[in-house]
Design a protein around this ligand. Structure first.
Ligand SMILES: [Zn+2]
Length: 377
Protein backbone atom coordinates (compact mmCIF):
# COMPACT_ATOMS: atom_id res chain seq x y z
CA UNK A 1 0.00 0.00 0.00
CA UNK A 2 1.41 3.35 -1.04
CA UNK A 3 1.29 6.20 1.45
CA UNK A 4 -1.15 9.00 0.63
CA UNK A 5 -1.10 12.51 2.05
CA UNK A 6 -4.85 12.33 2.32
CA UNK A 7 -7.46 9.75 1.48
CA UNK A 8 -11.19 9.92 2.12
CA UNK A 9 -14.35 8.39 0.71
CA UNK A 10 -17.16 10.32 -0.97
CA UNK A 11 -20.26 8.35 -2.08
CA UNK A 12 -18.27 5.18 -2.75
CA UNK A 13 -15.26 6.85 -4.36
CA UNK A 14 -11.87 6.96 -2.67
CA UNK A 15 -10.31 10.39 -3.17
CA UNK A 16 -6.62 10.49 -2.40
CA UNK A 17 -3.38 12.33 -3.10
CA UNK A 18 0.06 10.86 -3.58
CA UNK A 19 3.00 12.58 -1.86
CA UNK A 20 4.10 13.85 -5.29
CA UNK A 21 0.96 16.03 -5.33
CA UNK A 22 2.26 17.86 -2.25
CA UNK A 23 5.52 18.48 -4.11
CA UNK A 24 3.61 20.01 -7.04
CA UNK A 25 1.45 22.14 -4.74
CA UNK A 26 4.46 23.42 -2.79
CA UNK A 27 6.21 24.28 -6.05
CA UNK A 28 3.15 26.16 -7.30
CA UNK A 29 2.70 27.96 -3.94
CA UNK A 30 6.35 28.99 -3.89
CA UNK A 31 6.25 30.41 -7.43
CA UNK A 32 3.02 32.28 -6.61
CA UNK A 33 4.35 33.79 -3.37
CA UNK A 34 7.74 34.66 -4.86
CA UNK A 35 6.73 35.99 -8.27
CA UNK A 36 3.14 35.88 -9.46
CA UNK A 37 1.36 37.66 -6.58
CA UNK A 38 4.01 40.36 -5.94
CA UNK A 39 3.51 41.24 -9.65
CA UNK A 40 -0.28 40.91 -9.77
CA UNK A 41 -0.98 42.57 -6.41
CA UNK A 42 1.97 44.84 -5.59
CA UNK A 43 2.53 46.49 -2.22
CA UNK A 44 1.39 43.72 0.13
CA UNK A 45 3.50 42.11 2.86
CA UNK A 46 5.38 38.82 2.44
CA UNK A 47 3.17 36.95 4.96
CA UNK A 48 0.12 38.11 2.96
CA UNK A 49 1.64 36.69 -0.23
CA UNK A 50 2.30 33.40 1.57
CA UNK A 51 -1.32 33.18 2.80
CA UNK A 52 -2.53 34.00 -0.73
CA UNK A 53 -0.29 31.29 -2.19
CA UNK A 54 -1.52 28.67 0.29
CA UNK A 55 -5.16 29.61 -0.42
CA UNK A 56 -4.46 29.32 -4.15
CA UNK A 57 -2.82 25.91 -3.73
CA UNK A 58 -5.90 24.69 -1.85
CA UNK A 59 -8.12 26.19 -4.55
CA UNK A 60 -6.07 24.43 -7.22
CA UNK A 61 -6.45 21.10 -5.40
CA UNK A 62 -10.22 21.55 -5.16
CA UNK A 63 -10.39 22.63 -8.84
CA UNK A 64 -8.51 19.52 -10.05
CA UNK A 65 -10.67 17.30 -7.81
CA UNK A 66 -13.87 18.83 -9.21
CA UNK A 67 -12.56 18.24 -12.75
CA UNK A 68 -11.94 14.55 -11.96
CA UNK A 69 -15.22 14.14 -10.08
CA UNK A 70 -17.04 15.54 -13.09
CA UNK A 71 -15.58 12.68 -15.19
CA UNK A 72 -16.43 10.26 -12.39
CA UNK A 73 -20.07 11.18 -11.89
CA UNK A 74 -20.80 11.36 -15.62
CA UNK A 75 -19.11 7.94 -16.03
CA UNK A 76 -21.21 6.57 -13.20
CA UNK A 77 -24.39 7.91 -14.77
CA UNK A 78 -23.54 5.63 -17.72
CA UNK A 79 -22.90 2.69 -15.41
CA UNK A 80 -19.09 2.75 -15.48
CA UNK A 81 -17.59 1.82 -12.12
CA UNK A 82 -14.94 4.26 -10.88
CA UNK A 83 -13.49 3.60 -7.45
CA UNK A 84 -10.52 5.98 -7.15
CA UNK A 85 -9.66 9.55 -7.92
CA UNK A 86 -5.94 10.10 -7.38
CA UNK A 87 -3.98 13.34 -7.39
CA UNK A 88 -0.30 13.08 -8.31
CA UNK A 89 2.52 15.25 -9.59
CA UNK A 90 1.03 15.73 -13.06
CA UNK A 91 -2.55 16.42 -11.99
CA UNK A 92 -5.44 14.10 -11.31
CA UNK A 93 -6.73 10.79 -12.62
CA UNK A 94 -10.09 9.08 -12.31
CA UNK A 95 -9.28 5.38 -12.51
CA UNK A 96 -11.72 3.47 -14.68
CA UNK A 97 -12.35 -0.15 -13.79
CA UNK A 98 -13.58 -0.71 -17.31
CA UNK A 99 -13.34 1.37 -20.46
CA UNK A 100 -16.57 2.69 -21.97
CA UNK A 101 -18.02 0.30 -24.55
CA UNK A 102 -19.74 3.00 -26.60
CA UNK A 103 -18.02 5.87 -28.41
CA UNK A 104 -20.66 8.38 -27.36
CA UNK A 105 -20.22 7.53 -23.66
CA UNK A 106 -16.48 8.01 -23.99
CA UNK A 107 -17.03 11.34 -25.74
CA UNK A 108 -19.40 12.73 -23.09
CA UNK A 109 -17.28 11.43 -20.22
CA UNK A 110 -14.08 12.92 -21.65
CA UNK A 111 -15.65 16.34 -22.21
CA UNK A 112 -17.18 16.42 -18.71
CA UNK A 113 -13.82 17.24 -17.03
CA UNK A 114 -12.73 20.19 -19.18
CA UNK A 115 -16.35 21.44 -19.22
CA UNK A 116 -16.22 21.59 -15.40
CA UNK A 117 -12.90 23.47 -15.54
CA UNK A 118 -14.33 26.01 -18.00
CA UNK A 119 -17.40 26.42 -15.79
CA UNK A 120 -15.21 26.97 -12.70
CA UNK A 121 -13.11 29.44 -14.69
CA UNK A 122 -16.20 31.53 -15.46
CA UNK A 123 -17.47 31.28 -11.87
CA UNK A 124 -14.17 32.64 -10.51
CA UNK A 125 -14.08 35.24 -13.28
CA UNK A 126 -17.51 36.52 -12.25
CA UNK A 127 -16.71 36.23 -8.54
CA UNK A 128 -13.67 38.50 -8.63
CA UNK A 129 -15.39 41.83 -9.52
CA UNK A 130 -18.36 40.89 -7.33
CA UNK A 131 -16.05 40.42 -4.34
CA UNK A 132 -14.23 43.64 -5.25
CA UNK A 133 -17.53 45.55 -5.30
CA UNK A 134 -18.44 44.02 -1.94
CA UNK A 135 -15.28 45.51 -0.45
CA UNK A 136 -12.84 42.58 -0.62
CA UNK A 137 -9.20 43.63 -0.87
CA UNK A 138 -6.82 42.98 -3.73
CA UNK A 139 -5.34 40.02 -1.78
CA UNK A 140 -8.67 38.19 -2.15
CA UNK A 141 -9.47 39.18 -5.74
CA UNK A 142 -5.94 38.30 -6.94
CA UNK A 143 -6.38 34.75 -5.60
CA UNK A 144 -9.80 34.46 -7.28
CA UNK A 145 -8.32 35.82 -10.54
CA UNK A 146 -5.54 33.23 -10.33
CA UNK A 147 -8.09 30.42 -9.81
CA UNK A 148 -10.03 31.63 -12.86
CA UNK A 149 -6.83 31.57 -14.92
CA UNK A 150 -5.67 28.14 -13.69
CA UNK A 151 -9.06 26.55 -14.44
CA UNK A 152 -8.94 27.83 -18.02
CA UNK A 153 -5.35 26.54 -18.30
CA UNK A 154 -6.48 23.13 -16.97
CA UNK A 155 -9.27 22.98 -19.55
CA UNK A 156 -6.95 23.92 -22.44
CA UNK A 157 -4.13 21.58 -21.40
CA UNK A 158 -6.50 18.65 -20.98
CA UNK A 159 -8.09 19.25 -24.37
CA UNK A 160 -4.77 18.72 -26.19
CA UNK A 161 -5.57 15.79 -28.50
CA UNK A 162 -3.01 13.41 -27.00
CA UNK A 163 -4.31 10.18 -25.51
CA UNK A 164 -4.74 9.58 -22.53
CA UNK A 165 -5.45 13.30 -21.99
CA UNK A 166 -9.14 14.22 -22.26
CA UNK A 167 -8.61 15.72 -25.72
CA UNK A 168 -7.07 12.42 -26.83
CA UNK A 169 -10.13 10.58 -25.51
CA UNK A 170 -12.37 12.95 -27.44
CA UNK A 171 -10.24 12.28 -30.53
CA UNK A 172 -10.49 8.51 -29.96
CA UNK A 173 -14.26 8.66 -29.49
CA UNK A 174 -14.66 10.59 -32.76
CA UNK A 175 -12.28 8.24 -34.61
CA UNK A 176 -14.28 5.34 -33.13
CA UNK A 177 -17.55 6.87 -34.36
CA UNK A 178 -16.04 7.42 -37.81
CA UNK A 179 -14.27 4.05 -38.26
CA UNK A 180 -16.69 1.99 -36.19
CA UNK A 181 -13.66 0.20 -34.71
CA UNK A 182 -12.45 0.84 -31.18
CA UNK A 183 -9.05 -0.80 -31.64
CA UNK A 184 -8.22 1.25 -34.77
CA UNK A 185 -9.36 4.39 -32.95
CA UNK A 186 -7.25 3.49 -29.89
CA UNK A 187 -4.18 2.91 -32.04
CA UNK A 188 -4.63 6.22 -33.90
CA UNK A 189 -5.19 8.13 -30.66
CA UNK A 190 -2.22 6.56 -28.90
CA UNK A 191 0.14 7.19 -31.85
CA UNK A 192 -0.98 10.81 -31.81
CA UNK A 193 -0.37 10.90 -28.06
CA UNK A 194 3.09 9.40 -28.47
CA UNK A 195 3.95 11.89 -31.22
CA UNK A 196 2.80 14.80 -29.10
CA UNK A 197 4.75 13.43 -26.11
CA UNK A 198 7.94 13.39 -28.21
CA UNK A 199 7.37 16.99 -29.29
CA UNK A 200 7.01 17.96 -25.61
CA UNK A 201 10.13 16.00 -24.57
CA UNK A 202 12.33 17.41 -27.35
CA UNK A 203 10.99 20.96 -27.10
CA UNK A 204 11.30 20.90 -23.31
CA UNK A 205 14.89 19.64 -23.48
CA UNK A 206 15.79 22.21 -26.15
CA UNK A 207 14.26 25.15 -24.25
CA UNK A 208 15.89 24.03 -20.99
CA UNK A 209 19.35 23.54 -22.55
CA UNK A 210 19.56 26.36 -25.08
CA UNK A 211 17.15 29.01 -23.83
CA UNK A 212 17.90 28.61 -20.12
CA UNK A 213 14.24 27.95 -19.29
CA UNK A 214 14.52 25.67 -16.26
CA UNK A 215 10.72 25.35 -16.16
CA UNK A 216 10.78 23.55 -19.51
CA UNK A 217 12.08 20.47 -17.67
CA UNK A 218 8.45 20.14 -16.61
CA UNK A 219 7.48 19.54 -20.27
CA UNK A 220 10.01 16.71 -20.48
CA UNK A 221 8.47 15.10 -17.41
CA UNK A 222 4.92 15.44 -18.75
CA UNK A 223 6.10 14.16 -22.16
CA UNK A 224 7.69 11.06 -20.63
CA UNK A 225 4.54 10.36 -18.66
CA UNK A 226 2.27 10.84 -21.69
CA UNK A 227 4.52 8.69 -23.84
CA UNK A 228 4.40 5.70 -21.53
CA UNK A 229 0.67 6.18 -20.87
CA UNK A 230 -0.04 6.28 -24.62
CA UNK A 231 1.92 3.08 -25.20
CA UNK A 232 0.31 1.33 -22.25
CA UNK A 233 -3.17 2.22 -23.49
CA UNK A 234 -2.40 0.91 -26.98
CA UNK A 235 -1.16 -2.36 -25.47
CA UNK A 236 -4.24 -2.57 -23.25
CA UNK A 237 -6.51 -1.87 -26.21
CA UNK A 238 -4.88 -4.69 -28.17
CA UNK A 239 -5.10 -6.98 -25.14
CA UNK A 240 -8.82 -6.36 -24.71
CA UNK A 241 -9.47 -7.33 -28.30
CA UNK A 242 -7.13 -10.34 -28.28
CA UNK A 243 -8.59 -11.61 -25.00
CA UNK A 244 -12.25 -11.09 -25.80
CA UNK A 245 -14.21 -14.32 -25.67
CA UNK A 246 -11.37 -16.09 -23.82
CA UNK A 247 -11.53 -17.12 -20.14
CA UNK A 248 -8.76 -17.35 -17.55
CA UNK A 249 -9.21 -21.14 -17.59
CA UNK A 250 -8.51 -21.22 -21.34
CA UNK A 251 -5.11 -19.66 -20.89
CA UNK A 252 -3.53 -21.61 -18.04
CA UNK A 253 -0.63 -23.86 -18.97
CA UNK A 254 -1.64 -27.55 -18.93
CA UNK A 255 -0.26 -29.71 -16.13
CA UNK A 256 1.09 -27.01 -13.83
CA UNK A 257 3.63 -28.43 -11.36
CA UNK A 258 2.74 -27.92 -7.69
CA UNK A 259 4.27 -28.61 -4.27
CA UNK A 260 2.49 -30.39 -1.42
CA UNK A 261 2.29 -28.36 1.79
CA UNK A 262 3.62 -31.19 3.98
CA UNK A 263 6.75 -31.93 1.93
CA UNK A 264 10.00 -30.72 3.49
CA UNK A 265 11.80 -27.64 2.23
CA UNK A 266 14.78 -29.93 1.49
CA UNK A 267 12.71 -32.12 -0.88
CA UNK A 268 10.97 -29.05 -2.30
CA UNK A 269 14.35 -27.68 -3.36
CA UNK A 270 15.76 -30.95 -4.71
CA UNK A 271 12.70 -32.56 -6.28
CA UNK A 272 10.73 -29.55 -7.44
CA UNK A 273 12.69 -26.36 -7.90
CA UNK A 274 15.94 -27.86 -9.18
CA UNK A 275 14.51 -30.76 -11.15
CA UNK A 276 11.76 -28.75 -12.82
CA UNK A 277 13.91 -25.68 -13.47
CA UNK A 278 11.35 -23.48 -11.74
CA UNK A 279 12.03 -20.66 -9.35
CA UNK A 280 8.47 -20.61 -7.97
CA UNK A 281 5.65 -23.14 -7.51
CA UNK A 282 2.11 -23.01 -6.16
CA UNK A 283 1.65 -24.96 -2.91
CA UNK A 284 -1.59 -26.98 -3.09
CA UNK A 285 -2.93 -29.65 -0.72
CA UNK A 286 -4.42 -33.04 -1.68
CA UNK A 287 -7.96 -31.55 -1.78
CA UNK A 288 -6.90 -28.90 -4.29
CA UNK A 289 -6.91 -26.08 -1.74
CA UNK A 290 -4.40 -23.32 -2.39
CA UNK A 291 -1.98 -22.78 0.51
CA UNK A 292 0.09 -20.17 -1.31
CA UNK A 293 3.26 -20.05 -3.33
CA UNK A 294 6.89 -20.73 -2.54
CA UNK A 295 10.07 -20.23 -4.47
CA UNK A 296 13.79 -19.81 -4.41
CA UNK A 297 13.70 -16.73 -2.16
CA UNK A 298 11.60 -18.37 0.55
CA UNK A 299 13.59 -21.65 0.40
CA UNK A 300 16.94 -19.88 0.61
CA UNK A 301 15.82 -17.97 3.68
CA UNK A 302 15.61 -21.27 5.62
CA UNK A 303 19.00 -22.27 7.15
CA UNK A 304 20.31 -25.47 5.50
CA UNK A 305 20.18 -27.37 8.81
CA UNK A 306 16.43 -26.69 9.22
CA UNK A 307 15.36 -27.60 5.69
CA UNK A 308 14.81 -31.34 6.26
CA UNK A 309 12.38 -30.80 9.16
CA UNK A 310 10.47 -27.73 7.96
CA UNK A 311 7.36 -28.27 5.79
CA UNK A 312 6.83 -26.11 2.70
CA UNK A 313 3.53 -24.83 4.15
CA UNK A 314 5.72 -22.97 6.65
CA UNK A 315 7.39 -20.85 3.96
CA UNK A 316 4.50 -20.58 1.49
CA UNK A 317 3.33 -16.99 0.89
CA UNK A 318 -0.48 -16.59 0.89
CA UNK A 319 -2.03 -15.38 -2.41
CA UNK A 320 -2.10 -11.57 -2.64
CA UNK A 321 -5.45 -9.74 -2.65
CA UNK A 322 -7.07 -10.18 -6.05
CA UNK A 323 -4.70 -13.01 -7.01
CA UNK A 324 -7.45 -15.65 -7.18
CA UNK A 325 -9.47 -16.09 -10.38
CA UNK A 326 -12.23 -18.50 -11.34
CA UNK A 327 -11.61 -20.48 -14.53
CA UNK A 328 -14.73 -18.84 -16.00
CA UNK A 329 -13.55 -15.27 -15.36
CA UNK A 330 -13.12 -13.21 -18.52
CA UNK A 331 -9.44 -13.16 -19.48
CA UNK A 332 -9.48 -9.41 -20.22
CA UNK A 333 -10.78 -8.70 -16.70
CA UNK A 334 -8.10 -10.95 -15.17
CA UNK A 335 -5.45 -9.25 -17.30
CA UNK A 336 -6.49 -5.72 -16.27
CA UNK A 337 -6.56 -6.73 -12.59
CA UNK A 338 -3.00 -8.06 -12.83
CA UNK A 339 -1.77 -4.89 -14.53
CA UNK A 340 -3.55 -2.49 -12.19
CA UNK A 341 -2.53 -4.32 -9.01
CA UNK A 342 0.95 -5.25 -10.19
CA UNK A 343 0.26 -8.97 -9.68
CA UNK A 344 2.76 -11.22 -11.50
CA UNK A 345 0.35 -14.18 -11.55
CA UNK A 346 -3.14 -15.41 -10.72
CA UNK A 347 -4.12 -18.69 -9.09
CA UNK A 348 -6.96 -20.10 -11.19
CA UNK A 349 -9.56 -22.32 -9.54
CA UNK A 350 -12.21 -24.53 -11.11
CA UNK A 351 -15.11 -25.74 -8.91
CA UNK A 352 -13.19 -24.50 -5.87
CA UNK A 353 -10.08 -26.54 -6.65
CA UNK A 354 -6.74 -25.30 -7.92
CA UNK A 355 -6.63 -25.55 -11.73
CA UNK A 356 -3.45 -23.74 -12.70
CA UNK A 357 -1.45 -20.54 -12.70
CA UNK A 358 -1.84 -17.65 -15.12
CA UNK A 359 1.19 -15.39 -15.41
CA UNK A 360 1.33 -11.87 -16.80
CA UNK A 361 4.15 -13.06 -19.08
CA UNK A 362 1.91 -15.82 -20.55
CA UNK A 363 -0.91 -13.35 -21.15
CA UNK A 364 1.34 -10.72 -22.69
CA UNK A 365 2.84 -13.32 -25.02
CA UNK A 366 -0.62 -14.53 -26.02
CA UNK A 367 -1.67 -10.94 -26.77
CA UNK A 368 1.51 -10.27 -28.73
CA UNK A 369 1.13 -13.38 -30.89
CA UNK A 370 -2.57 -12.81 -31.46
CA UNK A 371 -1.94 -9.21 -32.54
CA UNK A 372 0.86 -10.37 -34.82
CA UNK A 373 -1.31 -12.90 -36.63
CA UNK A 374 -4.39 -10.68 -36.68
CA UNK A 375 -2.39 -8.02 -38.44
CA UNK A 376 -0.92 -10.38 -41.02
CA UNK A 377 -4.24 -12.11 -41.64
ZN1 LIG B 1 -9.84 15.26 -17.34
Amino acid sequence: MRPYIFSFRLSGITIRAEPSWLFLVLLVAWSLAAGFFPDAAAGLSTPTYIVMAVASALGLTVSVLLHELSHTFVGRAFGLPIRNVTLFILGGAAELEEEPDRALVELVMAIAGPAMSVLLGFVFLALSPALGAAGAGIAVTAVVDYLALINFVLAIFNMIPAFPLDGGRVFRAIAWLVTGNRLTATRLASYLGEGFAWVLILAGAAFALFAGMAGAIWWVLIGLFLNSAARASRFEGEARVALSGVTAGDLIAPGTETAEPEMSVRRFIDERLVRHHSDWLPVVDAEGRIVGGAGVNQARAVPAADRAAMPVSHIAVKPETGALAGAEERADHAFMRMRRNGLPRLYVTRDGRFAGVLTLADLSEFVRLKALFDRVG
